[in-house]
Ligand binder design. Structure first.
Ligand code: AMP
Length: 211
């Protein structure tokens, strides 16, 4: 199908779109943030190493992150393609990725930064993987499994502002990087989940048609 990278500021909705795309196109959804958080929850050596970095809103070192993704993309389920969410986040990561699995599509979900702060500060997570927003889900419990929802430490407003600063400095240059490789598509992510999903799907369908 396709090797897809989702770009966009933290809170642009990459995780939500990736989950929908995974269903529609039967591609594995690989989120480096989710992998790190699972390791932190389970108290693995990797989790212990990255927790403080993530809680500050900074980036995990490239070497560690690249090795993790390289391993994951070597799994058989990635043969037909994948959706990368939250990776690459630096030019060094993008260059490394070109070396083992060059993306065919880089889809940038473009959103207004103040909307991002509102979106992230209201985000609530469940350990089962569901994500909610306080504006549409007032309950403190998960509608799917009933567990108590929680806020990620790095979703607190001051950390969100730091993550946006890191995004501007380190990740935004990837837009030019992928544009120069001819694989960049930008979609408007301000219109809500459904309309963003329609735009992202259009890009993927267009790509699959000409393959
Ligand atoms: P996310 O869930 O994608 O917002 O990621 C949460 C946090 O995990 C980020 O703020 C970083 O600290 C770390 N992280 C996730 N992906 C990467 C990456 N590709 N490179 C470095 N750090 C990452």
């Amino acid at each position: 199908m396709a090797r897809i990278v989702l770009l966009g500021a933290p809170g642009a909705g990459k995780g939500t779109q990736a989950a929908l795309l995974k269903e529609k196109y039967a591609l594995p959804h690989i989120s480096t943030g989710d992998i790190f958080r699972a390791n932190i929850r389970e108290g693995t050596p990797l989790g212990i190493k990255v927790k403080a970095i993530i809680d500050r809103g900074e980036l995990v070192p490239d070497e560690l992150t690249v090795a993790l993704v390289k391993d994951r993309l070597a799994q058989p389920d990635c043969k037909k393609g994948y959706i990368l969410d939250g990776f690459p986040r630096t030019i060094a990561q993008a260059e490394a990725l070109e070396g083992f699995s060059a993306p065919e599509l880089a889809i940038d979900i473009d959103v207004d930064h103040e909307a991002v702060v509102r979106r992230i500060a209201g985000r609530r997570m469940c350990k089962c993987g569901e994500t909610y927003h306080t504006s549409t889900h007032a309950s403190a419990e998960c509608a799917k499994c009933g567990a108590k929802l929680y806020q990620r430490d790095d979703d607190k407003e001051d950390v969100v502002r730091e993550r946006l600063r890191v995004y501007e400095a380190q990740t935004k240059p990837l837009i030019d990087f992928y544009a120069s490789r001819g694989v960049l598509h930008t979609v408007d992510g301000n219109g809500g989940v459904e309309s963003t999903f329609a735009l992202v799907s259009e890009v993927i369908d267009g790509h699959n048609k000409v393959r």
